[in-house]
Design a protein around this ligand. Structure first.
Ligand code: GLU
Length: 291
């Protein structure tokens, strides 16, 4: 069956869009147009403490100002918790999910203990891998702690997950990773350790929801910043476990500030709305991001 090329832009409404978002959004939109395909929008607002309605409104304004048109309805993650719960339940039925009860402070202490005898592995985002103390807790003890109201995180048992997935897990990269990686790439999800898929008070995580949403929206192409290149290994693993199709990925360079740092939403100077307020045109924005 021929699939219509489908692109998506998936910002989080936890700040104003900046030049880096403009690059992502325009690349997705332009690619969809060139391919006679679809351009979809998704609002990644699972983190209800950081996301604000006014930032979501600003996303629509900024994208419309840039001249982009997207299909309705917009998928909003806050309306999809049932889909994330169902996916998590499937992984749990496969025996790939377990609750861990340590607080962040306790994890930091456990890691510091380990580090007395040598370096402890970090994930690609720089966080120490989970030291795994809750991994083999027996079911009765797990149930007792959960019933007592203890906070917990639901983690993917990475070793078991990799054993369950096809041995050669790859993705098509038409952009490139930070070290120039391109072409058919081997996924390396083990570098993430036992990642958190959900928490007691939050039924999903970025990694789980992004694979569910990309499949639900029929995304055939994922164009996004290189900061998410390493996460693709994990996304491919989750797709394989959940029987979801693999999109083609294109990771693009990041727009850096004058000090060579990735743009942050908190520094307003490169916010699209600020640039617009200073009279910068959409065409000039495109030039600024190298399009
Ligand atoms: N919501 C993510 C961000 O704003 C992008 C997710 C994705 O494109 O997969 O950085």
């Amino acid at each position: 069956m021929h699939q219509v090329p489908t692109y998506r832009f998936a910002p989080s409404p936890n700040g104003y869009l900046h030049l880096g978002h403009a690059l992502s959004a325009c690349l997705n939109f332009d690619s969809a147009q060139q391919a006679n395909g679809r351009f979809l929008l998704r609002i990644e607002n699972i983190d209800q403490t950081r996301c604000r309605p006014e930032f979501e409104v600003a996303i629509y304004e900024d994208l419309a100002w840039l001249g982009l048109k997207w299909e309705a309805p917009v998928r909003r993650q806050s309306e999809q918790f049932a889909a994330y719960r169902a996916a998590l339940a499937r992984l749990a039925e496969m025996g790939l999910v377990y609750p861990s009860f340590e607080s962040r402070t306790e994890i930091a202490r456990l890691v510091a203990e380990q580090e007395r005898s040598g370096p402890w592995p970090r994930d690609p985002d720089g966080a120490p891998l989970y030291p795994g103390r809750s991994r083999h807790m027996d079911a009765a003890e797990q149930a007792r702690r959960i019933a007592s109201g203890a906070p917990y995180a639901l983690r993917l048992d990475m070793t078991a997950a990799i054993a369950r997935a096809p041995a050669s897990l790859t993705w098509d990269e038409t952009g490139c990773g930070p070290n120039g990686e391109t072409g058919v790439l081997a996924a390396e999800p083990a570098v993430w350790g036992d990642v958190v898929l959900a928490r007691k008070d939050s039924p999903t995580s970025y990694h789980l929801s992004v694979v569910i949403d990309d499949a639900a929206q029929g995304a055939t192409h994922v164009v996004r910043g290189q900061d998410l290149f390493a996460a693709t290994s994990l996304h491919r693993l989750l797709q394989a476990l959940l029987g979801l199709p693999a999109p083609t990925y294109r990771h693009h360079r990041l727009i850096l500030d004058a000090d060579g740092r990735k743009l942050a939403k908190s520094t307003g100077a490169t916010a699209l709305c600020a640039l617009r307020g200073r009279g910068v045109s959409p065409a000039a924005i495109r030039r600024m991001v190298g399009l």
